[in-house]
Design a protein around this ligand. Structure first.
Ligand code: AMP
Length: 126
């Protein structure tokens, strides 16, 4: 069910619970700003989610309210994870779904990293 990207942060969303260690994840990378882990239902041979450790509902929330340090930490970490996964030379896609029309289902900002095969040029409306 797509979420309202302007709703208050729900501290019981599934990614908040992963961050608190209440639910396991297949971790790829972690630092002071982010946790990265494999998506539970991969849409490509490589499908990793990168999430900020701080509580932001969506890209809209994060881009409007995060500190410069948090934004830099998050952006640097997304690039670092893609390099560590060997995605740069073959190429990859990064994506953040926002709100209802974006199809966002988990109300904690996450960037999807997709790779491991040719991904085509455009999005699907499916
Ligand atoms: P979105 O539609 O952008 O909100 O994407 C949410 C993503 O989270 C989907 O690709 C799900 O497969 C993924 N997901 C949901 N629960 C988990 C989980 N426990 N561990 C890893 N990925 C998850």
């Amino acid at each position: 069910m797509p979420i309202d990207p302007r709703a208050p942060y729900d501290p019981n969303n599934i990614f908040a619970r992963i961050l608190r260690g209440e639910i396991p994840c297949n971790r790829v990378y972690e630092d002071a700003f982010v946790l990265a882990f494999h998506d539970i239902a991969p849409q490509a041979p490589v499908h990793v989610l990168v999430i900020p450790k701080a509580a932001y509902v969506s890209w809209d929330d994060f881009s409007a309210s995060a500190s410069a340090e948090e934004i830099a930490g998050f952006v640097r970490a997304v690039g670092h994870v893609a390099r560590e996964l060997g995605l740069v030379d073959p190429g990859y896609r990064m994506m953040a779904n926002v709100g209802h029309d974006g199809g966002q289902e988990v109300p904690h900002l996450h960037v999807h990293l997709f790779g491991g095969r040719g991904l085509g040029r455009m999005i699907s409306a499916g």
